[in-house]
Design a binder for this molecule. Structure first.
Ligand code: UDP
Length: 388
C-alpha cells in the first residue's frame, strides 16, 4: 500500500526523503520508526470518517451478516437453530421470550434495547445466543440464523450489540452485578480523561484482567521484566483455582476502568470471545494497543488499525510489544494523535443512540428476510420494560 516514489512493496515502506508525509517528522525520526509512520500516514489518508449525525456508520457489518440469508429465512431454518440460543418473538409491538434464559441478566440487557424500539419493529421471531461463543460455523455448511454478540470470520452468526451496554457483563468485585451501563461509564471515563490529560499520563503500558486467554501472557511477562515500562497483572476470575491461573503470581487487585486513564498505553486482548474492555479504553484518551484482529463486536469493523489504535499481532512476543511501545514513547505526538482519533470515534459513534440505532436497523432488515408471517407461540412469556 505504498504511495511514495521510492517504495519497498514487501515492507510497505518509503525512504524518508522522498515522501511528503514522512518529511513532516523527518528531523526527529530515526529510520527505525519509518515503517510505522508510513503505515499510520497511509491508513489515515485512506480513512473516510463516518458522518457524526448519521448512525449508519456500522451498517456495513449488518449488511454483510445478513447477506448470507439473501434467499430468505424459513420457519424450518428458525426451528433448526432453536437449540443454539433463546427464542424470541415480536408480535403486534410486544416482545415474547421462551420462559428460560441461560443467563438472565444477559437476556435482560438485550431486552432493554429491543423494548426501547419495539414500536418501530414489525412482527418477527429470532434466536438470540447469550453464550460467549458464536454458534454457526461456516465450515458445517448449514445456514442457520443465530444472533451472537461476538464472532470471527469463521462464523455466520448475525452480530448484535452486546447486553453489556446495559447490564449482564462480567461480574468482578468492582462490578458485582456485572459490568454494564455504558451510558454511565461513558461519563465517568470522560471525567477521568479530563483529569488525566495526555501530558499528565504516565508513559507506561497498563493491563488488568484475568487470564481468559494465554495471548495475554507476553505482556504480563514483559511487565515482570520491565516494571517501569509495563504494569500488566492478572486478576482472579470465577474459574481461578490457584496461582497457576494467574501465571504463578498471586492475583492482583482489580482496578476500576476510570483508573486506567492514568496511563498512556492501554492493552486490549480477546478473552473467550471479544473482550468488553475494548470500548472503555478509548474513552480515557489513551493509546490503545489491540492484540489480534479475529474477534469482533458490532462496532469493531469501523475502527481502523493505525488510525484509531495500534494493531498487535496475536501471539506477539515481548520483544515485538516492547518495540511498539518504544515507538509510541519516542513519537509522543503521533501516539497522542492516534489516541485522540480513537477517543473521538467512540465518543461520536458508540453512543447509546448508536447502539439503539444498530438494533433497530438490524431487526428491521432481518424481519424483511422472513419468508413467513410469525404467529404468537403458546407458552412464551411477555417481556415488559423493567421499572427503573
Ligand atoms: N476489569 C476491570 N478491572 C480489572 C479487571 C477487569 O475493569 O482489574 C474489567 C475488564 O475491563 C473487562 C471485565 O472486567 O471488561 C472482565 O475482564 P477479564 O479480563 O476478567 O475478562 P475478559 O472479558 O477481558 O476476557
Amino acid at each position: 500500500n505504498c504511495s511514495c516514489k521510492s517504495c519497498d512493496k514487501s515492507q510497505g515502506t518509503c525512504s524518508a526523503d522522498t515522501n511528503e508525509s514522512a518529511n513532516k517528522y523527518s528531523e526527529e525520526i530515526n529510520t527505525r520508526w519509518l515503517p510505522y509512520i508510513m503505515k499510520i500516514s497511509n491508513a489515515v489518508a485512506s480513512y473516510t470518517p463516518c458522518d457524526k449525525n448519521a448512525c449508519s456508520c456500522h451498517y456495513p457489518l449488518l449488511k454483510k451478516d445478513l447477506a448470507v440469508f439473501k434467499d430468505g429465512i424459513t420457519k424450518n431454518m428458525i426451528q433448526s437453530a432453536r437449540e443454539r440460543g433463546t427464542f424470541y418473538q415480536i408480535i403486534n409491538k410486544k416482545l415474547y421470550r421462551q420462559s428460560d434464559c441461560m443467563f438472565p441478566s444477559r437476556c435482560s440487557g438485550i431486552e432493554h434495547f429491543i423494548l426501547k424500539i419495539i414500536d418501530t419493529l414489525p412482527d418477527m421471531e429470532m434466536i438470540l445466543n447469550t453464550r460467549d461463543w458464536p454458534q454457526v460455523n461456516r465450515r458445517f455448511g448449514d445456514v442457520k440464523p443465530v444472533f451472537s454478540f461476538s464472532k470471527t470470520a469463521e462464523y455466520m452468526d448475525i452480530t448484535y450489540p452486546a447486553w453489556t451496554f446495559w447490564e449482564g457483563g462480567p461480574a468482578i468485585s468492582l462490578y458485582p452485578t456485572g459490568l454494564g451501563r455504558w451510558d454511565i461509564l461513558r461519563k465517568s471515563l470522560g471525567t477521568s480523561a479530563e483529569e488525566w490529560t495526555w501530558s499528565k499520563k504516565k508513559a507506561m503500558a497498563f493491563f488488568r484482567g484475568s487470564r481468559t486467554s494465554s495471548e495475554r501472557d507476553s505482556l504480563v511477562y514483559l511487565s515482570r521484566e520491565k516494571p517501569n515500562l509495563v504494569d500488566a497483572q492478572y486478576t482472579k476470575n470465577q474459574a481461578w483455582k490457584s496461582d497457576a491461573d494467574t501465571l504463578y503470581a498471586p492475583p492482583a487487585t482489580e482496578v476500576p476502568l476510570e483508573e486506567h486513564c492514568q496511563y498512556k498505553f492501554l492493552f486490549n486482548f480477546r478473552g473467550v470471545a471479544a473482550s468488553f474492555r475494548f470500548k472503555h479504553l478509548f474513552l480515557c484518551g489513551s493509546l490503545v494497543y489491540h492484540i489480534g484482529d479475529e474477534w469482533i463486536e458490532f462496532f469493531y469493523p469501523q475502527m481502523q488499525p493505525w488510525v484509531h489504535y495500534i494493531p498487535v499481532r496475536a501471539g506477539a512476543t515481548k520483544e515485538e510489544i516492547r518495540n511498539l511501545l518504544d515507538f509510541a514513547i519516542e513519537n509522543d505526538e503521533i501516539a497522542n494523535e492516534i489516541a485522540e482519533r480513537g477517543q473521538q470515534f467512540i465518543k461520536h459513534h458508540l453512543r447509546m443512540k448508536d447502539v439503539l440505532c444498530y438494533w433497530r436497523k438490524l431487526l428491521r432488515s432481518y424481519a424483511q428476510l422472513l419468508k413467513y408471517s410469525p404467529e404468537k407461540e403458546e407458552g412464551l412469556i411477555h417481556i415488559r420494560p423493567k421499572a427503573q
